[in-house]
Design a protein around this ligand. Structure first.
Ligand SMILES: [Zn+2]
Ligand SMILES: [Zn+2]
Length: 374
């Protein structure tokens, strides 16, 4: 962008997209760079999005926001069906709800199922003694990998699938993952189901199928479908991340693109115990903008961007770096996993402090500005 001469303006398409944030240091988001550059060059910047980010909403007062007509915005969204799991009988038993099974069995429809739990299961109990299976090193719950072995997500210890309490070898999966669900859904659908768990930028084409199941990467790898079903959307809505609301909305917008507008029969199925959640409400009314007023207020109260500036520092030497940073007025706290959360009232204050604080000798620091998964 720096090389463009005589620039008349900047347009950022899908400004909400996390893919526009650089993964290497410094972890700039293209939208923020565009806004800064446009201001420096004295030219206008236009941010475009079906679900504007909190940053964009805060940067542009209502009178500078352009909206399509209500009719156009509605037509762009598919039909959204909320599957209220609190009504399930037996309660909470299975992710294969009856509305989902109807979609799976309709061989005229291509269906994509999304669940962000990989492997066979994330939480397991022994069928004989009912003990939750935990890591023998660090006591975190173990997950079952595709090769059936148990693996600890915290310390990576792997062991064979044998109960550490009673020695039995049969387990109940309390939180199932993609691999296990693929088998279950294939039986329910009566047609092949393909699992997709690669990275978003994986260019291998996926095998042709009528039903896919995968982590959210599947929404980037399968281009067209009739239905996208979110099997456990509460894992997104309730994720312990300050941007969970925004990210849940983004997922729904992504799914809407895969299935197309309501006129073409596109459908999103959302399985949830929170059918009245504000994110779902916004999408049901085809009005994502309504979320942001509340969201911005919450961010202000909790001291998160765009009302404040945050970064995460990690790597060797982080303790000394944090001590030096504190002298500049930046709030810095070390977390259990050895990373440091840095907070300041504005990006300029944080940026100046990070630039001015010398790196401890021999340190290898990584600093992520406003990491998307915090
Ligand atoms: Zn046991
Ligand atoms: Zn462990």
């Amino acid at each position: 962008m720096g090389a463009v001469r005589g620039m008349a303006g900047i347009v950022v398409l899908d400004e909400h997209d996390e893919g526009l944030q650089e993964e290497r240091q410094p972890t700039w988001h293209a939208r923020d760079v565009a806004m800064r550059r446009a201001a420096q060059a004295g030219v206008p910047v236009l941010l475009v999005s079906p679900c504007p980010s909190a940053t964009a909403a805060a940067a542009f007062p209502a009178e500078r926001q352009l909206r399509p007509s209500v009719g156009d915005e509605r037509a762009g969204w598919p039909i959204v069906d909320i599957v209220d799991r609190t009504r399930d009988e037996p309660w909470q038993k299975s992710l294969a709800t009856s509305p989902l099974i109807r979609e799976l069995r309709d061989h005229g429809r291509r269906v994509v199922c999304v669940i962000n739990t990989t492997g066979r299961a994330r939480l397991l109990a022994c069928r004989k003694c009912r003990s939750i299976q935990r890591c023998e090193v660090c006591e975190a719950a173990v997950a079952q990998r595709d090769d059936l072995h148990f693996a600890c997500a915290r310390c990576a210890t792997v062991r064979p699938p044998v109960c550490q309490v009673c020695g039995a070898g049969a387990f109940a999966a309390l939180r199932v993952g993609v691999t296990r669900l693929r088998e279950e859904f294939e039986a329910a659908a009566g047609r092949p189901v393909v699992a997709v768990t690669g990275k978003d930028d994986d260019t291998e084409p996926v095998a042709e199928a009528g039903v896919y199941i995968g982590t959210e990467a599947v929404l980037h790898r399968v281009r067209r479908a009739d239905t996208v079903a979110f099997l456990d959307f509460d894992a997104e809505l309730l994720a312990p991340r300050y941007r969970a609301t925004e990210q849940s909305l983004t997922l729904l917008a992504r799914a809407a693109r895969v299935v197309g507008g309501r006129a073409g029969g596109g459908r999103i199925l959302v399985q949830t115990f929170l059918p009245k959640h504000e994110v779902l409400d916004a999408v049901l009314h085809a009005d994502p903008g309504r979320l942001m007023t509340k969201e911005l207020q919450r961010r202000r109260e909790l001291g998160f961007p765009p009302s404040a500036a945050i970064a995460v520092a990690s790597g060797s030497g982080v303790e000394d770096f944090v001590t030096a940073l504190r002298a500049t007025g930046v709030l810095a706290s070390l977390t259990l996993d050895g990373r440091a959360l840095l907070r300041a009232p504005t990006w300029d204050v944080l940026g100046d402090a990070l630039a001015a604080t010398p790196r401890p000798k021999g340190s290898r620091l990584r600093i992520e500005v406003d990491p998307p998964r915090l």
